[in-house]
Structures are given as structure tokens and as C-alpha cells.
Write a protein that binds this ligand. Structure first.
Ligand SMILES: Nc1ncnc2c1ncn2[C@@H]1O[C@H](COP(=O)(O)OP(=O)(O)OP(=O)(O)O)[C@@H](O)[C@H]1O
Ligand SMILES: [Mg+2]
Length: 590
């Protein structure tokens, strides 16, 4: 088994599933071609066996028992033996080649591409997708491509077999060839339309399954909500609606298959009757020998079964390509947020930030109309404001999670829309409102700040983030897995892991979207100390709810409904009798 590490990425993403597969084969096309040649050899050997048999029969009909030559018999048997041996060699080589060098390659390449491409989609894209559905599509995209490749490979193998068969049938009499052509055409045309219907139908069924998987994943991840609400029965009937649709769809596909099979059986039956009649006629007229009759009987029977296998392959290929097309949808949609053609890396001088007449809204929600403000390099700004006033949106825009509709966002005088995205993301460290971690070890989670960090550096960062102590009390300390999204840690612990990650990243700009949930004073003390270590020498934007965080800020910006309504030092704002003082008093009442 080969391990694929440094395979070429997809150079483009064609919309047509066949072209998509062809592109995915880039880097393994030579192997695919070798496998095709082996298939041809294999089919040739398969047909040679009945040819030798018919020659043997002809030999027997031409001699009397006393004329029997054992050396002649030995020659026939040797030829048949060689044909069988070479068949198994060809088959083994081909299966090995194709499985390892072509299909495994394709599978790994598509999965790597899909995971990579998915990560490039914008927040906007993910906000309207279901995680379960997307992960299903990554798997399906690779699985269906591999399946379609296997079918194409079977298809051309069978096509070779049909052609070689036809060649030998034609060499007995062209009348037989004519019969095959007439009935073959009839079989193909009669089934073609049904196959197109089948493809459409299958695409629909796959979309139904995607919906079902999405709903299922959503339901599983909300299992606690279901329990809390005692709504198990409601949930089962909600999910079963999706499942029932899938079952109906599958039944319709099955029906179409049955139709195709009935048509095929009728045509094949008529064909065999005509072959028999023609054979009797030609033999009666002395145009063909008994050996020829045997050969035709074997080959004609084979050729029609190859035809129906071929058609079966085509139908299945059609439905698989339909499924592949449905699975490809997240990967043919262009990324919304990409580097501009001549984007340069962001050059950080001190981390000064400026929003200039920024206009932005979500699909159906305007947030900023003409927002402008400046943050000097190294300045620490606290943002406060009512829920929904646009605080998180502001920091999303600074990271270019969404593109603004007009205006400019500048970092050290460079428009973030025209710098390389990865350099922008490197320059900013974010501690989000709700820290969600990977279901991996604490060590791996922290090292996400700098992937090549040594264990000693990870530990150092955790110490500065006041996380080392609680980590060393965990069952496997730094190697402890934190559960999906980090559920095995408390909110405060998760935040300290995120701070350690940001310390390791050491970016010149730090963004903190503080959680609104109350922390006990012990946890708050640690987080505060960790933040002090982190904020040193950096430009900081902190969406802050706690007095302890706000006190550390040089300036406070008060937002309301997408506008900056107050700005200044905390002491001044607390005296001003304005919005901040009002917010502050409300908060301290509770
Ligand atoms: N992905 C989205 N799609 C559509 N509208 C959104 C989206 N995210 C936020 N909004 C809307 O934009 C407005 C600003 O939201 P934002 O998340 O910036 O508020 P916030 O100030 O961070 O609030 P909070 O203090 O509750 O976190 C809200 O009215 C919100 O409903
Ligand atoms: Mg928010």
C-alpha cells in the first residue's frame, strides 16, 4: 500500500464530473493507461480459449480415431493452458496497479483537495451550511469518483471484450456481425433514455440523503437540548420525515432499474432466436463448420451478456456521475474571499488600524453605514455596546472574514483587501467570544498558534497564560484530549488555552472578543493576568464586558446600532453622563 504525501493539488476544478475525475487523475494518468493496456490483454486471452476449443472440434470432425495425433492435442492443451495462465497474470497485475496507483491516489487526492478547498470558503458560506452535510460531501466526492473510475474501467474492459468477440464472430460470418449490430443498437437506444432519467433521479435522491445527514448531525449535536426539552418523540418524527423521503426516492430508482431490465431481457430473447435460425441456415448451406457453430454459440451468448453488462455499467456510471455532481457542489462554488491578483504580503510596522467610511451589511441586515475610526500602533482599545450593536462584526471585518461594500480598512496604511490573506491572518491573533477547540490534545490545540512550536515553547506559552497548572492536573496533562469543541474544559480553561495559543502566535495585533458569561473571581484573576502577559507591546482591540479588562485599555469606544457614539478614557467616560456611564450603571445593578 502506497502512502500519498506530496501529490500535486488539483490545478483547476472542472464542473463536469468526468473532467473533474480526469483532473484528479493528473499525476497518475500513466498508471491508468498501463492498466487499460493490461485490460485489453486480459480480454484477448479470455476470447482465445473458446477459439482454441472450436479449432479442436474442427480437428476432430476432420479425422478418424486412428488418425488422432497426440502431439496436436498437446499443442491445443498447451495453448489453452497459456491463455488461462496469462489471464490470471494480467488480472492480478491490473487489479494491483489500478487499486494502488490509480484509485487510492485519486481517493487521497480528492479528499485532500476537498478539505483544503472547504477551508477557503468564507464565514458567510459556512453560516448557511450544515457541518454534517459538508463532511458527507467530502467523503462522497472521493467515494463516488473512485466508484465512477472503477465503473469506467469495467466499461472499457467489457468494451474490449465485446470488440474482440465481434471480431471472431465476424470472421465466421458477417451475417452474425450484422445481427449483433442491429440488436446491440436496439438495446442501447431503448435503454438510453431510461438511463438519463435515472441520473436525474439519483441526483435528487443524493440531495435528499445530504439533507438527512445534515439534519441528523444537527440533531446529534443538540442531543442535550432534546433531552432538556423532553422532545425525543418530536425529534424522531422530525428526522423520519427526511428519511422517508430518501426511502421513496430509492424506490423510484429501483423502479427505473426494473424497467430497464425488462426491456433488455425481451431484446436479448429475440436476438437469440434470430441467431439460432441464422446458424441453422448457414450450416445447412454448408457455409459454416461444426467448430464454427460451437464458437458462434459460445461467443454470441457471451457477446449479448457483455452487452447487457455494458449497459448496466453505463446506467450505474450515469447514476454515480449524478451523485458525484451533487457531492461536488461545495468545491465548484468559487471562494468568496480570495487574494487580489497582485496581492502583496502585509508589512507590519507597528500595527496601526484605520476604518475609513466603512459600509457593510449581511445579506438582509445593514450593520455599518459610514464607520470611521483610527487606532494608533500599540494602542489598546476597549469596545463596549449593547448586544447586536456590531462589535463582533467589526472584528470580523478587520480579519476580512467578509468583504465590505465600500470604504477601506487599513493596517499600517495598507488596504487589507489588497494584501495576501495568509499574511493578514498571521498578523492578527484572535481570542473569540466562544472559544471552540479541536477534539485533539491540549498540546496540539495550543500549537495551532505556531504549528512548528517545540513542546518546551508550548509549555512556556501555557505558563504565561496561567494554564500550565490546570493542564498538569489533567489525566494525561498536555496530551489530554479536550472533547469535541473542547467540552471537557470549563469556559475559563478554554479561554486560557486560546490565550496560550495567541501567546505562541505572537502577532502584532490582538483581538479579544470577551465572553459575556460570568467567570468566578478566581478564574477571572487568572485570565486577567494571562491577558496582561499577552497584550504587552501589541495593538489590542478588546470587546470587553468586565471592568477589570476595561481598566487596562487606553481608550474606550462605545458602539450603538452600528455607530460609534462615544470615545475616550474610561475615567472621563464614567463622568460624562453619557451612554457608557449608563451601560456601566445598568451592569453594576445586577
Ligand atoms: N452571519 C450573520 N448573518 C446575518 N446577520 C448577522 C450575522 N452575524 C450578525 N448578524 C447581525 O448583525 C448585527 C450585529 O451583530 P454582531 O454579532 O456584530 O453584534 P455584537 O455587538 O457582537 O453582539 P453581542 O454583544 O451579542 O455579541 C446583529 O443584528 C446580528 O443579528
Ligand atoms: Mg459579539
Amino acid at each position: 500500500m502506497k502512502l500519498f504525501k506530496n501529490m500535486p493539488n488539483m490545478r483547476k476544478v472542472p464542473q463536469n464530473p468526468l473532467l473533474f475525475m480526469w483532473e484528479a487523475l493528473y499525476g497518475a494518468r500513466m498508471w491508468a493507461f498501463i492498466s487499460m493496456t493490461l485490460a485489453f490483454g486480459l480480454q484477448l486471452m479470455k476470447v482465445y480459449v473458446p477459439v482454441f476449443f472450436s479449432r479442436m472440434i474442427d480437428y476432430f470432425t476432420q479425422i478418424t480415431p486412428s488418425e488422432l495425433s497426440w502431439s496436436k492435442i498437446a499443442q491445443f492443451l498447451a495453448a489453452i493452458f497459456i491463455a488461462y495462465i496469462s489471464q490470471s497474470i494480467f488480472r492480478m497485475l491490473r487489479e494491483l496497479w489500478e487499486e494502488n496507483n490509480v484509485r487510492n491516489f485519486m481517493d487521497a487526492k480528492i479528499k485532500m483537495f476537498a478539505v483544503n478547498y472547504l477551508a477557503g470558503h468564507s464565514e458567510n458560506y459556512f453560516s448557511s451550511q450544515k457541518t454534517g452535510q459538508l463532511s458527507q460531501k467530502v467523503v462522497n466526492c472521493a467515494d463516488k469518483s473512485v466508484r465512477a473510475h472503477a465503473l469506467i474501467s469495467r466499461l472499457y474492459s467489457n468494451l474490449f471484450l465485446a470488440l474482440v468477440n465481434l471480431y471472431f464472430i465476424g470472421s465466421v460470418s458477417l451475417w452474425f456481425l450484422l445481427l449483433v449490430i442491429i440488436f446491440g443498437t436496439l438495446l442501447t437506444t431503448a435503454s438510453y433514455k431510461t438511463s438519463l432519467k435515472l441520473r436525474e433521479l439519483n441526483k435528487k435522491v443524493d440531495n435528499m440523503y445530504d439533507d438527512f445527514h445534515g439534519a441528523l448531525a444537527d440533531s446529534i449535536s443538540n442531543a442535550l437540548n432534546i433531552k432538556a426539552g423532553g422532545s425525543e418523540n418530536f425529534e424522531i418524527s422530525f428526522i423520519s420525515r427526511f428519511f422517508n423521503k430518501c426511502a421513496q426516492g430509492r424506490l423510484a430508482v429501483f423502479d427505473q432499474f426494473q424497467n430497464i431490465s425488462r426491456i433488455q431481457q425481451t431484446i436479448i430473447c429475440l436476438f437469440e432466436i434470430c441467431v439460432m435460425l441464422l446458424m441453422v441456415k448457414l450450416w445447412y448451406q454448408g457455409q459454416i463448420s461444426i467448430g464454427d457453430v460451437t464458437l458462434v454459440l459460445i461467443l454470441m451468448n457471451k457477446v449479448m451478456s457483455v452487452f447487457s453488462i455494458l449497459l448496466g455499467n453505463i446506467f450505474e456510471l450515469n447514476t454515480t456521475l449524478g451523485s458525484l455532481q451533487a457531492a461536488m457542489s461545495p468545491f465548484i462554488i468559487k471562494h468568496e474571499i480570495v487574494d487580489m491578483p497582485k496581492a502583496k504580503p502585509l508589512k507590519i510596522k507597528g500595527g496601526a488600524i484605520e476604518f475609513k467610511n466603512v459600509k457593510f451589511g449581511y445579506e438582509n441586515k445593514k450593520v455599518f453605514n459610514n464607520l470611521s475610526f483610527k487606532i494608533k500602533a500599540g494602542e489598546k482599545v476597549g469596545i463596549v455596546g449593547a448586544s447586536g450593536s456590531g462589535k463582533s462584526t467589526l472584528i470580523n471585518l478587520l480579519q476580512r472574514a467578509y468583504d465590505i461594500q465600500s470604504g477601506e480598512i487599513l493596517i499600517d496604511g495598507q488596504n487589507i483587501a489588497s494584501v495576501k490573506l495568509d499574511s493578514l491572518h498571521k498578523a492578527i491573533a484572535l481570542i473569540p467570544q466562544d472559544t471552540s477547540l479541536f477534539h485533539r490534545s491540549i498540546s496540539q490545540n495550543i500549537s495551532y498558534g505556531r504549528l512548528r512550536a517545540k513542546q518546551s515553547e508550548i509549555k512556556q506559552a501555557a505558563k504565561k497564560a496561567y494554564a500550565d497548572e490546570f493542564i498538569s492536573e489533567l489525566p494525561k496533562d498536555y496530551q489530554t484530549k479536550v472533547g469535541e469543541k473542547g467540552v471537557k474544559l470549563s469556559g475559563g480553561q478554554r479561554q486560557r488555552v486560546a490565550i496560550a495559543r495567541a501567546i505562541l502566535k505572537n502577532s502584532p495585533i490582538l483581538i479579544l472578543d470577551e465572553a459575556t458569561s460570568a467567570l468566578d473571581s478566581e478564574a477571572e484573576k487568572y485570565i486577567q493576568k494571562a491577558m496582561e502577559n499577552l497584550m504587552h507591546n501589541k495593538t489590542v482591540i478588546a470587546i470587553a464586558h468586565r471592568l477589570s479588562t476595561l481598566k487596562k485599555m487606553d481608550i474606550i469606544v462605545v458602539m450603538d446600532k452600528g455607530k460609534i457614539v462615544e470615545q475616550g478614557k474610561m475615567e472621563d467616560l464614567l463622568q460624562s453622563g453619557g451612554k457608557f456611564q449608563h451601560l456601566w450603571e445598568i451592569q453594576n445593578k445586577f
